[in-house]
Design a protein around this ligand. Structure first.
Ligand code: UDP
Length: 386
């Protein structure tokens, strides 16, 4: 009999497992995949750590979280600075002076601000008129499109946001919640750092190694589908920490929550450099993929001994609506799904022996650092940590 059965060996499960063990609890971790680390899993191909389930760049403002992950891995100095390709025009991301210069030829922050202001003003005036409000009444963006245009103006929206967002979410920007776009900074400086975070990097040697360090000494069973053998596994532990999809746990009995899934087309190329950057976003509507990741640039094109790598691995990323059997990646945090999640949450709260956590267990568009912060909070709540 174990104190805890942990279902899922992604970041949430790994933190809980590590802390439970450190607190003297007996722990069994199971995962339905044949590998640990959930969607942060990395796999070595041609000497390159390939992010098998999409690019993961660790970034946080949370010192506790940063110190925590650094106790399991050394982080490199990678800074995410994706490039956008709009019909063959290249733009810097996030939206900053390089982007504005390329878009409008503006040279100074004042010129850029004036250009954005002019486009915003025009748009807001039009929207307020539609709503029968005064031009200078406070503007409340009702959806992602309104939020985006009122933040950066029409041009940036059309070329760098609309197509990409609609491909990624498979929904019109008018039907998406505005918070998604608030993830992206807008800067009047020449700074291509995608994240506003104090700390950022990639674990040297890959995420799998970091998670393996978290799970060191913990009993692990891979290739086990908990939901298919639920009674058997439940009988093995006092408490269950479940990090899978919350609707799947309840056999979708209230209907399924919506997720976006991602499909990757991976290619090994017999050349050292394909696109010169880890991420290139294809922001037009017509290109079927959302982005291409060239994995070696997460580690500056070198292996751990500092050797150049003769080949390169790229992944084209295609976004799709999740259907049963697919891997869920992104919860679709709109009103409809929010309501359904609340209903599932009630069922979850009634399962007194089960703790639901992580991106899928809580149906939240968590970043890695938020998952770890939530996991550490749960560890405190359970008395594993002070
Ligand atoms: N986004 C965009 N253009 C881009 C990159 C991102 O419009 O070139 C928007 C899009 O709506 C996306 C959101 O910003 O869903 C968040 O992007 P992020 O890169 O944070 O998403 P993730 O890395 O989690 O896939």
């Amino acid at each position: 009999m174990y104190d805890y059965l942990i279902v899922g060996s992604g970041l949430y499960g790994a933190v809980l497992a590590h802390e439970a063990k450190a607190a003297g609890k007996s722990v069994l971790v199971i995962d339905k995949r044949d590998n640990i680390a959930g969607n942060v899993y990395t796999e070595k191909v041609e000497g390159i750590n390939v992010h098998k389930y999409g690019a993961h760049i660790f970034h946080t403002n949370n010192k506790e979280v940063w110190d925590y992950v650094n106790s399991f891995a050394v982080f490199n100095r990678f800074t995410n600075s994706p490039v956008a390709n709009y019909k063959g025009e290249l733009y810097s991301l996030p939206f900053n002076m390089y982007t504005f210069n390329k878009m409008w030829g503006v040279l100074t922050p004042e010129e850029a601000a004036a250009k954005i202001e002019e486009q915003k003003r025009e748009y807001i005036a039009k929207k307020q008129a539609e709503r029968g409000l005064a031009k200078d009444a406070p503007f409340e963006p009702a959806n992602l499109e309104e939020q985006a245009i009122s933040l950066v103006g029409q041009d940036i929206y059309e070329k760098l946001i609309k197509g990409y967002t609609e491909k990624q979410w498979g929904r019109d920007c008018k039907e998406l919640p505005s918070f998604i776009i608030k993830r992206l900074p807008v800067r009047l400086t020449f700074d291509n750092n995608y994240f506003n975070a104090l700390y950022q990097g990639i674990p040297v040697g890959g995420y799998t190694k970091m998670v393996a360090n978290m799970l060191d000494g913990i009993e692990l069973r891979l290739g086990v589908d908990y939901l298919e053998h639920k009674a058997e596994y439940d009988a093995m532990a006092d408490k269950v920490i479940y990090t899978g999809a919350i609707d799947a746990y309840f056999d979708y009995k209230l209907g399924n929550l919506e997720y976006r899934s991602v499909r990757f087309e991976n290619e090994v190329l017999d050349k050292p450099n394909f696109q010169g950057n880890a991420a290139v976003n294809y922001t037009d509507r017509e290109t079927p993929w959302t982005r291409i990741i060239e994995h070696k640039w997460f580690e500056f094109g070198k292996d751990e001994a500092g050797n150049e790598l003769p080949k390169t691995v790229i992944s084209r990323e295609y976004s799709s609506e999740w259907k049963p059997g697919d891997e869920p990646y992104y919860p679709v945090n709109d009103d409809k799904n929010g309501k359904l999640y609340k209903e599932y949450r009630k069922l979850a709260d009634a399962e007194s022996e089960v703790i639901f956590g992580g991106r899928l267990g809580e149906y939240k568009y968590y970043d890695m650092d938020q998952v770890i912060a939530a996991a550490l909070d749960k560890c405190r709540e359970l008395g594993f940590r002070k």
